[in-house]
Design a protein around this ligand. Structure first.
Ligand code: MN
Length: 530
């Protein structure tokens, strides 16, 4: 069992109040779960305690760590929401509620819904800390997956691989992403996992000694150049990502150069380029393999210099060069931006401009992720051909958020601009339907099929019959009852939110379009003024 001292020991710059808050949550949760056990037979409390420790390691604030301690306490019926709010405040209750809500969405294994479900989870988690607690929760559950009954293991592992690991990746949490993948992989495909492990082991033995020599050689070269503040380590490729690469390279191991990579961590951006120069002076780089992710960060904010060189000692080696700050961001992603104390340190080290640009790239990537093809729309003005299905409001949002100064501001902006405008609901089969906020069961029915809307007789939300003017909420399951004799009524026109539904209802009722300028006409007149 994780003692509370271990959790507190991971907290950076915690105030006495922070420590007292976490200690209180620890004791509270311990009592609440006292009579429960895990599948392994161990006391249930080991789980929330381990989750809290993960959150502390990720540099999260006291509220989030305490939420980690209490994240299962309400759902499992040990304590009431009122009690949690009274003892720990609204903010913590909000996070715990969110985690509980996320837990109700189960991945049903259809690949085409993976993206929808990822979007739904992001949307439901209007406070990003909810997602981070959920990821920590999943991380610990994956570590103890072998105790879970066999028929559940496969689903949980697949869900981890296809839903949670990509979310961790999009949040820039590289360390957690590969940890989740490698925990899930053997349960999803045992044969492929052991093959990848075998390949990695062989390659490691082959190159380990050589890499250590390369490490020393580069070290002394850097010292000669006057660089004293640096460290190096060897990073091994994750098994799942190795498997993906093996598939792409048709299992030809000789084409994979980054199973083991040498990482050089320096203190400033300038030092990164000096180091690159030193490395290229020592060893010949492979043409076309150099990537400057410092000048051009990856969509999730990742920054580093990557180069692949030919060494006499270890053959072809990938070398990654980055600052301490980039290293931390690459491991912890958005979590490293959440803790504002860390942010303070970052500003001192990097200067305001660099800090700002890093946030911009990070925040922009979030929106881009929601619709992958958005980038094209956002950068090439007016050129939307071939990039269908990108709603204009989303493109606008992407542009509006390119110069956001901080992640907190950005997340709040997303909540207001994006999530309050859209609602994600399920069909009984688990398909996700994306509707504008304030949509009703009528909008839902027409979004599925016009015939279903035209013969809408009744609607159930989460299994209960509701009236047609019910406003649908995120994550609700909506079931439409159809009857041939049922028909739209003019009253529906006052209730519906989508123009799709309104158009169908008017057509079915034989009504003409109203004499209002359509948004399309307005836009074209606006364009002609330019
Ligand atoms: Mn849990």
């Amino acid at each position: 069992m994780t003692p509370v001292k271990e959790i507190i020991g991971e907290m950076t710059d915690a105030s006495p109040e922070d420590i007292a808050f976490v200690e209180k949550a620890y004791e509270f949760s311990k009592k609440a779960h006292a009579t429960q056990t895990r599948y392994s037979g161990e006391p249930y409390f080991i789980h929330p305690a381990a989750t809290a420790k993960i959150l502390a390691e990720y540099g999260m604030d006291a509220t989030t760590i305490a939420a980690g301690l209490l994240h299962d306490a309400i759902e499992d019926g040990c304590i009431s929401r009122d009690e949690v709010e009274k003892e720990f405040g609204k903010e913590l209750l909000f996070i715990v509620d969110g985690v509980t809500k996320l837990g109700t969405h189960k991945y049903r294994g259809a690949e085409r819904h993976a993206e929808s479900l990822r979007r739904l989870l992001v949307a439901t988690a209007s406070d990003i800390r909810v997602l981070i607690v959920k990821l920590a929760d999943r991380f610990h559950n994956m570590q103890t997956l072998e105790h879970v009954p066999e028929h559940k293991r496969q689903r949980i592992a697949l869900e981890t691989l296809e839903i949670y690991a990509p979310i961790a990746d999009r949040l820039g949490m590289g360390k957690l992403k590969s940890a989740l993948e490698d925990l899930a992989f053997p349960f999803v495909d045992p044969d492929a996992a052991s093959h990848a492990a075998e390949v990695r082991k062989l390659k490691t033995q082959e190159t380990e000694e050589g890499l250590t020599k390369v490490q020393k050689e580069i070290g002394s070269e850097l010292t000669k150049k006057g660089l004293t503040m640096f460290r190096t380590d060897i990073r091994m490729k994750g098994l799942w990502s190795l498997h993906q690469k093996l598939k792409r390279k048709r299992d030809d191991i000789t084409l994979i150069h980054d199973i083991a990579a040498l990482r050089i961590i320096v203190s400033t951006v300038e030092d990164c380029y000096v180091t690159l120069g030193a490395v290229h002076a020592l060893y010949k780089p492979l043409p076309g393999e150099f990537k400057d992710y410092i000048a051009f960060p990856k969509p999730n904010g990742y920054q580093s210099l990557h180069t692949t060189v030919v060494t006499p000692e270890a053959g072809i080696v990938e070398i990654q060069i980055r600052t301490e700050d980039m290293h931390r961001a690459a491991q912890f992603g958005i979590a490293s931006h959440m803790s504002y104390k860390q942010l303070g340190k970052g500003v001192e080290k990097l200067g305001k401009e660099t800090q700002k640009s890093r946030f911009s790239s990070l925040s922009f990537s979030w929106v881009r992720w929601l619709i992958p093809s958005l980038m094209k729309v956002a950068t090439k003005e007016g050129e939307t051909k071939g990039v269908t299905k990108v709603p204009p409001w989303l493109a606008e949002l992407a542009e509006a958020h390119t110069d956001v100064a901080g992640s907190k501001e950005f997340v709040e902006g997303l909540r207001e601009d994006f999530f309050s405008h859209r609602v994600f609901v399920f069909t009984p089969k688990g398909d996700v339907i994306d509707l504008p906020a304030a949509s009703t069961p009528i909008d839902f029915a027409y979004a599925i099929h016009s015939d279903l809307g035209d013969h809408l007789q009744g609607a159930k939300v989460n299994g209960k019959l509701v009236s047609f003017d019910t406003v649908l909420g995120n994550g609700e399951v909506v079931e439409i009852l159809r009857r041939d004799s049922a028909h739209p009524s003019t009253k529906w026109l006052d209730i519906v939110r989508t123009s799709l539904a309104r158009r169908h209802i008017r057509a079915t009722l034989g009504l003409t379009e109203p004499e209002k300028p359509t948004p399309k006409r307005r836009r074209s007149s606006h364009q002609s003024k330019k």
